[in-house]
Write a protein that binds this ligand. Sequence first.
Ligand SMILES: Cc1ncc(COP(=O)(O)O)c(C=O)c1O
Length: 413
Amino acid sequence: MLPRNRFQALAEIVRRGKDGGYYPFFRALSASSGPEVEVDGRRLVMAGSNDYLGLAHDPRVVEAATDAARRWGVGPGGSRFLCGNTTLHETLEERLAAFVGKRRALVHTTGFVTNLGALHALAGPGDLLLCDEESHASVVDGCLSARGRLSTFRHNDAASARAKLEAARSKDPEACFLITEGVFSMSGDVAALPDLVALRREHPAAVLYLDDAHGLGVMGPGGRGTAAHFGATGDVDFIMGTFSKALASVGGFLASDDEEAMTFLRHQSRPLIFSAALPACCVAAALAGLDILEREPERVECLHRNARRAWDGYRRIGLDARWSGSPILSIRIGSEMAAYRFALELFERGVFALPAVFPAVPRGEAIIRTAYMSTHAPEHIDRVLDVLESVADAHGLRGGRAAGEPAVAAAAP
Ligand SMILES: Cc1ncc(COP(=O)(O)O)c(C=O)c1O
């Protein structure tokens, strides 16, 4: 029998949260239109979704997914390696590679397993995997499962990465993976990519790996991502993206100019070989999302206008938040209990935004993660601001600490 003390502490926390009515996770939506959702018969403004361009409900995307389901069925019947690969997968790979400015792309079933499969396969036994300390769990797990040595550098701090790289020199690693997110999923911070690019140029063994889950469709000209935003595409060795955010579907990909590495990965990424393929309907949805993104780049501008409108409100209210030029605006709360209560009150007043607590953020640094969409109407944003103002008032959280014109000055699309 499994030792009970393995589960009891967490089970007790969940029980207390549910009994106290403030447990916020796994809320079941009975309907969604994108910027609005329905829970228990109540309509709320969604202020925490990663569907940044609102494409998940676009009729063209829904139609493409439906057509693909009719043509290929809803299940893939096997891994891509064997019998689950379709012409749609291959088309999407070509289109994604061209979109982010790389020669090759490889589609996986989720962003999570893209990182897992890629980092596990690409890193050799003597390598150093150096990631930003706020890296997503999929990056951390990918590094932990890889044969190289995992180390972290301080968040968005290239000087810290440099020190770690220099220190590793004595061990003479064959390759040093420098890993960052383009837009950090919790804080919304934009990567200090130019500094990491400079570091990569100085160190011949350095390989720059960019998880751009939240940058694709959001940053850069036409939403081409954070590398494009900084004009650094040629200096980034691997760009990872997902379809579960701006591309309205589910799935993920890795892109690179290194054709041999990509062929290697196509045959060595374990989730690609040993797990079922992404169903054609999800591929078709991502492809339709990409079509729309390419044809309607104004959606990206609208997204940033909406984020800016929200940010102006946060500043006026005096929330403890920071502008970084992305549509993710995180409100610092501190204690987990205070964040749970804050989120509950938002929910009761018609706004859906969730707290992020340890391990998604450091202990004692709980936040309310808000995120905006291009399909939010001004009225949606103003409603969120009204509610935030009254809840922040009630919690004594209008300290005026919201600050900072763009930390990354040129962080418009
Ligand atoms: C930075 C980052 N990388 C990877 C992922 C995993 O992506 P997916 O949801 O497609 O599995 C996420 C998802 O939240 C993420 O935020």
